[in-house]
Each structure stands twice: as structure tokens, then as C-alpha cells.
Write a protein that binds this ligand. Structure first.
Ligand code: F6R
Length: 617
């Protein structure tokens, strides 16, 4: 979703801003723009529909000088994705430029009032209302740049991360956040802004994560003091705060494709390493100082409520199976967007587990805020360190798989399932619902998973062949049972989001309650049929599909004979205990959708209409 970059310092801002926008491309966007104040004090704005490279083409013969600027990638909410609606937006008299992420809910009445006071609008966006209001207050109430931004923010309802330039103050950027992320990078004589740390880490690893309703004024000294920069941090209501500088350990190479054609393929293929790092970190967290706090929180709960969106929600369903089986604790799993609005019953004895790769998903964040207000405790499972969801949680376990840049989530899923499974094992052992010996066996088996994932990755040629068949389908079903029902959901989601082939995941036994009516030669059925307690039941489900001329593509355990006999094509995965099988079984399905999308010529890393970090509801 939308991305913000800002720079103030001694270097030319434009190259920093453009590189930063490229770093944020993974979030998904449909237009881009940049605003610079040049040495003569002119405010220049360039923008373009389409990609950051289109913006570069548009800007190439223009005045790109200036060592202060802001830039933006826009994912359309209010108004079409076109040039007019692209950010930055200028105020009526061209004094101010703004970039904004989020949604201003009361923009319509504000716009109406401004219009009655003579302001006209060039775009359909809520953002333009904000910049017009700031300029209006500057003029009508003779407020300073900072005061007018502050007063405007107090009038807004909704969510925002903003950065604003005033050409009359060419050494200042004012920025603020509420509900949308914003990070300040602190260099030697320069300051940066980013929606996350990725546009910043090239220059500095010192960052300040802004809290909700923080406002920050980034200054550069003038005259003899141009090498000095300073940061004033305050709340939107004006209380001063001490900035807390944190270190980020993000490596620039993690933000690059490293020889792969796509980030998605890189992220699928690095799962042996990413899972190893995840397992080591989770093991340390759940055995170290933090562990007692986490287990005390869990053990004080009568039930667990899991909330998440998309792929993370699928990880939540796997976790339900594991927690109920190993800990014998009741678990509900809810889409965060439903949970937050359906008035769920939450009591003091509940623990909410929030799962999120980005840690910024607006619905998940709002769901945990609501649950906390009703007395629940929150444990989050997140990947991005310092992001909003862990900061709003009582406890966090990080998945530690490094940045996930492909829009389709892959290595985050295997890590989320692994952390949650490990949590279930250790909690079950503490509670006595799982024997110590069984727990140790399963933990040992987990340690061997990275190697087994590598064995699955080695079968890419066979999976590519399977993809050739699937790429001709216009619709397809994924079926699995028990722990592999959520894998069917996740496999189907992977296919539809990057190849645009319609796909649905079902528990295999549900077929005869409706979906079996769809079975024909034109409807492939991807079947997850690995070893399990109810393997025989699944074999019957496959027979029912075959009896209706359905085409079966199967994921089976090495050495399988029964499903293999019925399948049109299959891929084998190494044998593991059923509760760990989702971590392995999803890998061929990730590759399958990747190769189908490539064969269809789709934009794998940035599928249409999708954003990586969904910071609006
Ligand atoms: C699918 C995908 C999305 C995310 C969802 C939640 O491949 O990536 O469905 O899983 O938007 O995002 P996080 O995990 O960042 O909260």
C-alpha cells in the first residue's frame, strides 16, 4: 500500500527519494510522485501514473535540484489511479506539498467547508483536503507551519501518515502518523522518512519509530549551521516527547533479488535458511527470559482467540488444530475485519493471538486494540521488528525471516506456522497435555524441516511440469483435511492472487456437500494427500473425484502408492508427523502458483490491485 519517503540534509534529495520509492515498490501502488524545494526556494512537483520508472521518465529533463524533498507511491483509495490523484498534492496557492497514506474519514465535510471559503480542488482525494486546510489555517489564523499542521491533524478523523513541505520554510519537513506507519532515519547530517525502514537502511541503521498521534518536525540548520539537523518530537496535541533511537539490523542485500527472477521465487527458495533462523530465534525466545511472561499470559487464559488476515489467518487455522490437540485449550480463529466489528464476546480471561507478517495490517491492529480495551491480553506473532502490531501487544514472538518483499506471502507463512506449532508443543508440555518425550521428538523433527524443505525445492522441474497443465485452467479446487485443510486454503489463495486463476480451498469431505457438482475434466483438483491419521478418508474423497472424471494433481508422501495411482500428476514430499506437514506441504503449492503465474506472463511480485502492507481497512 502507499509508501512515503522523505529527505532533508546535504545531498541531492531526488536520487535518495527515487531509490527509496523503488525500495517501497513491493508494497503495491499505481502512481508515484516527488516534491522538491530547489535552492532558489521553488517547490517543484513531478508525478506520474504507473511505475516509479514512469516517474523517472517524466522528471528526467526537469529541475531536480534541492536537498529537501518528499515522495510517494499511491495505492488508490479515494479517486482513480491517475495523474490528477497522484501525490504529492499542492495547496491552493502552491505554498505547501503533502504526501499521505491512510484514509481521512471526515474529508467530505471538511472539503465542503473549504469550498464554501473559496478553495477549489484539483483531485478527488481526501489528501488534498488536508493540505488545503493547513494552508487555509496558516492564512486565516496566522499560524506557523508547524502550528497549522498540528491544528489540522486535530480536526482529522481516520488514519494518516503524512509528510509536508512549506516552500517558505525550505529547511523543515513536518510529518505525523496515526494508524499508518512512519519511521524517521537519523543520519550524521541528514534525516530520512520512510513508511518502513527499507528506504533508509542504505544510509543509516538508526531509526525512530513514530507512535500513533506523534508529530515530528525535521529541521536543518541554516547559514553556517547547514550541517546540523535536529528533530522535535511531540504528540499531535502538543506534548513534547524524547525521541528514542533504535538500531535496525536490516541488510540492503535482503532487499534485493540476489540473482533470482523474482522476489517471490527468492523467498520460496530461501525457506530452508529463513526457517532455520526462525526456529532458532523462537526456541531462544521460548526458553529465555521472555518465556515465563509469554506462558504466564497464555496459562492465565480460558481460551485463545486468534485474529489475522489472509495468509496469516490460514496460519491461524493451523495453530487452532495444534493448540486444541496439544494443549486442549479452546481456540477461535477470526478474520480481523470480522472480529473487530461483530461485537465478539471477549473477557478478561482471554488471550488474543494476532498474526501478521507486516505488523501493520489495519484490521488486525484495530482488532487487538478492541480486544485490549475489553480486557484481553495480546500476544503477537510478527515478522517486521518494531512495527505497529507488536508495539501494541503485551508480548511478541518475532518470526525473524527477514524482509518479505513479494506481495504473495511465502516464507512468512512457514515461519508463522512453525512458531505457533512450537508454542503449542511447549505449552502442551508445561500443561501436561503433551508428554515431554513426544514434545522432544516433535521439536527434533522441526529441526529437520529446513533440510526437508530443500528436498521439496529440488523437485522444481516436476512442479514446473505440473504448472504447465494448471496454467490452462480457468478455475480449480484445492482440497485437504485436518491440518492440511488450511494448506488447501493457502494454496488456492497463492494461485488466485498471482495467476488470476479462480481457485477455492475446501476441506476434502465437504466436496459432496456442493463443490463436487463442479467436477469435470476442465476443473483440476489439487489434493493434499500426505500421510495422516485420516489418510484413508482422503483416499475415498479422491476416488469420488476420479469417478466423475475429475483431474487430480496431488501432493503425497514419498512412497505413496494409493493416491499416486489415481493422480494425473503428483509431487512427493518427505515424511513428517502430520502436525508439521503444513510447513512442508505448502512449499510445492507456492512453487506451483509461482510457475503458473510465470507461464501466464503475470507480474508475480506485484500482482494487480494488491498491496503488501494493507494499512487501510
Ligand atoms: C497473501 C498475503 C495476504 C496477507 C494479508 C495479511 O499472500 O500476503 O493475504 O497475508 O494481507 O498481511 P499481514 O500478515 O502482513 O498482516
Amino acid at each position: 500500500m502507499c509508501g512515503i519517503v522523505g529527505y532533508i540534509g546535504k545531498r541531492q534529495a531526488y536520487p535518495v527519494l527515487i531509490k527509496g520509492l523503488h525500495r517501497l515498490e513491493y508494497r503495491g501502488y499505481d502512481s508515484a510522485g516527488v516534491a522538491l524545494i530547489n535552492p532558489a526556494g521553488n517547490l517543484n512537483v513531478y508525478k506520474s501514473q504507473g511505475k516509479v520508472s514512469d516517474l523517472e521518465d517524466t522528471a528526467q529533463h526537469q529541475d531536480l535540484t534541492g536537498s529537501i524533498g518528499i515522495a510517494h507511491t499511491r495505492w488508490a483509495t479515494h479517486g482513480e489511479p491517475n495523474f490528477r490523484n497522484a501525490h504529492p498534492h499542492l495547496s491552493q496557492f502552491g505554498r505547501l506539498a503533502i504526501v499521505h497514506n491512510g484514509i481521512i474519514e471526515n474529508y467530505a465535510p471538511l472539503r465542503e467547508k473549504l469550498w464554501q471559503n473559496g478553495r477549489t480542488f484539483k483531485s478527488d482525494t481526501d489528501t488534498e483536503v488536508v493540505v488545503q486546510l493547513i494552508e487555509y489555517l496558516q492564512e486565516k489564523q496566522q499560524l506557523s507551519f508547524q502550528q497549522s499542521v498540528q491544528q489540522t491533524l486535530q480536526m482529522l478523523q481516520g488514519s494518516y501518515a503524512i509528510a509536508v513541505l512549506d516552500k517558505n520554510q525550505p529547511d523543515t519537513i513536518v510529518a505525523a502518523r496515526k494508524g499508518s506507519p512512519l519511521v524517521v532515519g537519523v543520519g550524521d547530517d541528514e534525516l530520512f522518512l520512510g513508511s518502513d525502514a527499507s528506504p533508509i537502511v542504505e544510509y543509516t541503521n538508526r531509526v525512530i519509530y513514530l507512535d500513533d498521534e506523534d508529530m515530528v518536525v525535521l529541521h536543518r540548520g541554516t547559514g553556517a549551521n547547514t550541517s546540523e539537523v535536529s528533530i522535535d518530537l511531540m504528540t499531535v496535541s502538543g506534548d513534547r516527547k524524547q525521541p528514542r533511537i533504535e538500531q535496525v539490523s536490516l541488510d540492503v542485500s535482503q532487499l534485493e533479488k540476489g540473482g533470482y527472477d523474482h522476489f517471490m521465487l527468492k523467498e520460496i527458495c530461501e525457506q530452508p535458511q529463513s526457517l532455520r533462523s526462525c526456529l532458532q530465534f523462537a526456541r531462544r525466545t521460548l526458553a529465555g527470559e521472555e518465556a515465563e511472561g509469554i506462558f504466564t499470559l497464555l496459562e492465565s487464559s480460558q481460551r485463545v482467540l486468534i485474529t489475522a488476515c489472509g495468509t496469516s489467518w490460514h496460519a491461524g487455522i493451523v495453530a487452532k488444530y495444534a493448540l486444541e490437540q496439544m494443549v486442549r485449550v479452546p481456540v477461535d480463529v477470526d478474520y480481523a475485519s470480522e472480529f473487530r466489528y461483530r461485537n465478539p464476546v471477549i473477557t478478561r480471561g482471554d488471550t488474543v493471538i494476532a498474526i501478521s507478517q507486516s505488523g501493520e495490517t489495519a484490521d488486525t491492529l484495530a482488532a487487538i486494540e478492541m480486544a485490549k480495551n475489553q480486557g484481553a491480553k495480546v500476544l503477537s506473532i510478527c515478522n517486521v521488528i518494531g512495527s505497529s502490531i507488536p508495539r501494541a501487544s503485551d508480548k511478541v514472538i518475532y518470526t525473524m525471516v527477514g524482509p518479505e518483499i513479494g506481495v504473495a506471502s511465502t516464507k512468512a507463512f512457514t515461519a508463522q506456522v512453525s512458531v505457533l506449532t512450537m508454542l503449542a508443543l511447549l505449552w502442551g508440555k508445561r500443561k501436561g497435555t503433551l508428554s515431554a518425550a513426544r514434545c522432544e521428538d516433535l521439536l527434533k523433527e522441526m529441526d529437520a524441516l529446513p533440510e526437508k524443505i530443500q528436498q521439496v525445492l529440488n523437485q522444481q522441474p516436476a512442479i514446473r511440469r505440473m504448472a504447465e497443465t494448471l496454467s490452462f485452467a480457468s478455475s480449480c479446487l484445492y482440497i485437504g483435511r485436518s491440518y492440511n485443510y488450511p494448506v488447501a486454503l493457502e494454496g488456492a489463495l497463492k494461485l488466485k492472487e498471482i495467476s488470476y486463476i479462480h481457485a477455492e480451498g475446501y476441506p476434502a469431505a465437504e466436496m459432496k456437500h456442493g463443490p463436487i457438482a463442479l467436477i469435470s475434466q476442465e476443473m483440476p483438483v489439487v489434493t493434499i494427500a500426505t500421510a495422516s491419521d485420516i489418510y484413508d478418508k482422503l483416499v475415498s474423497n479422491v476416488q469420488e473425484i476420479r469417478a466423475r472424471q475429475g483431474r487430480v494433481m496431488a501432493v503425497v508422501t514419498e512412497g505413496d502408492t494409493e493416491v499416486v495411482r489415481m493422480a494425473d500428476c503428483y509431487v512427493e514430499v518427505p515424511r513428517v508427523s502430520e502436525c508439521l506437514s503444513p510447513i512442508l506441504n505448502i512449499v510445492p503449492l507456492q512453487l506451483l502458483s509461482y510457475y503458473v503465474a510465470c507461464l501466464k506472463g503475470c507480474n508475480v511480485d506485484q500482482p494487480r490491485n494488491l498491496a503488501k502492507s494493507v494499512t487501510v481497512e
